[in-house]
Write a protein that binds this ligand. Structure first.
Ligand SMILES: Nc1ncnc2c1ncn2[C@@H]1O[C@H](COP(=O)(O)OP(=O)(O)OP(=O)(O)O)[C@@H](O)[C@H]1O
Ligand SMILES: [Mg+2]
Length: 233
């Protein structure tokens, strides 16, 4: 997996400064990271160390201040806002701690929304998602609304929605942060299955070292830098 040709995320000397009025916050201070395609990478670190900021840049939500960030062949620091939006729509998907499902829509329609936003035909729903829905084990919950599901089920729907557009990369920011231990375990096993069976590249932020152990390797962030990172296996 260390063959550079298979590197899907390449980050060099990445800096991010947030400016709010006269106040500047240096959220990332020279981050270097390479992620091989098909890796399940865990990221841990204290609150404020820059984990979510790194995700927002890799996912095209916000531009870097300096440095090189290449995601699926796109240099996200150099391209237009429109191209970054394209990256978000086609290559990268997010899963959050709060599941962020639309409360008035069924699970099926929540998932379809992602297809709609990405401009995909709705009638491809079952085809595109068959493998994913099978792995997710929520086939009998598709007509339920979020309020009728457990937290673990809601997170699995959120993961199905994230995967509906066939992203190259799944960015999961504390996906088990709102779940009890049984539901956390179900979601972590699911992420591992998606990685092993479908080859999905996954980056997961977590505060929990047991959760981090589900990934192939764990990188540690502190004060806007990666302070510990084993080589990819
Ligand atoms: N949009 C923003 N505007 C200004 N400052 C921000 C913004 N987003 C994050 N920050 C600051 O950047 C630093 C890094 O924040 P970030 O959210 O990346 O940390 P984190 O490691 O994800 O923390 P947590 O574990 O609490 O989620 C913090 O000091 C934070 O206050
Ligand atoms: Mg965060």
């Amino acid at each position: 997996m260390s063959n550079p040709a298979s590197t899907i995320i390449h980050v060099r000397n990445l800096r991010k400064v947030y400016k709010t009025g006269k106040v500047s916050v240096e959220a990332l201070r020279g981050v270097n990271l390479d992620v091989p395609k098909g890796e399940f990478l865990s990221i841990v670190g204290p609150s404020g160390s820059g984990k979510s900021t790194l995700f927002h840049i890799v996912g095209g939500l916000t531009p870097p201040t300096a440095g090189e960030v290449i995601v699926g062949g796109m240099d996200v620091g150099k391209v237009s806002d429109a191209k970054r939006t394209e990256l978000r729509r086609t290559q990268v998907s997010f899963v959050f701690q709060k599941f962020n499902l639309l409360p008035n829509l069924s699970a099926r329609d929540n998932i379809r929304t992602a297809l709609f936003i990405a401009g995909r035909p709705m009638n491809h729903f079952e085809d595109e998602l068959r493998n994913v829905l099978e792995l997710l084990g929520i086939g009998d919950r598709l007509d339920h609304r979020p309020s009728e599901m457990s937290g673990g089920e809601q997170q699995r729907v959120a993961i199905a929605r994230a995967l509906a557009t066939g992203p190259s990369i799944l960015l999961a920011d504390e996906p088990t942060g709102n779940l009890d231990s049984a539901n956390s375990l179900a979601v972590l096993n699911l992420l591992r299955d998606l990685n092993e069976r479908l080859g999905q590249t996954i980056l997961m932020i977590t505060h929990n070292t047991e959760a981090a152990a589900f990934g192939h390797r764990t990188v540690h962030m502190r004060d806007g830098q990666i302070v510990e990172a084993p080589d990819p296996s």
